[in-house]
Design a protein around this ligand. Structure first.
Ligand code: CMP
Length: 139
């Protein structure tokens, strides 16, 4: 079914001017960017967005990294968009990411891993609503 997923191009990637190259990966693989904006997350936004990871040892560093520069938040639409985007991104740790994936080709580390993508349609809906009003999504 056609579905939507939430994506973030992270500060390591915006710093290296990789937004267009990453967007090309989505488009070449059949995902449509139906909403997009560049913003600098506040500490509070990062902590709330990653709230599910609050108890993890990497939480504090992750929030520091995600507020270290601008990000591009996006809604991607397409057939099985959540799973498709996870394939395009590759494994969280670039050392484990398959050839041809965004993280294999661009990520610097498990933390500075260039992109975030929702892990389920339910979380996608929550994450989309956190950054976008319905009127900002144009399918
Ligand atoms: P993301 O998909 O945005 O979800 C949580 C993020 O935490 C993950 O990508 C990584 O950027 C970051 N992270 C840092 N260390 C770890 C780790 N050991 N395991 C999982 N995620 C980590």
């Amino acid at each position: 079914a056609v579905e939507r997923t939430f994506s973030i191009i992270k500060p390591d990637a915006t710093r290296r001017n990789l937004t267009g190259k990453i967007n090309a990966r989505f488009e070449e693989n059949g995902l449509r960017i139906v909403a997009q904006k560049r913003l600098w997350m506040s500490r509070q936004q990062a902590e709330q967005f990653y709230g599910v990871h609050k108890a993890r040892p990497f939480f504090n560093d992750l929030c520091t990294f995600m507020t270290s520069g601008p990000v591009v938040v996006q809604v991607l639409e397409g057939e099985n968009a959540v799973a498709k985007n996870r394939e395009i991104m590759g494994a969280t740790n670039p050392a484990n990411a398959a050839a041809g994936t965004i993280r294999k080709d661009f990520a610097e580390s498990i933390e500075a891993n260039s992109v975030h993508g929702s892990d389920s349609p339910e979380n996608a809906a929550t994450e989309i609503a956190y950054f976008f009003a319905g009127t900002e999504i144009v399918g």
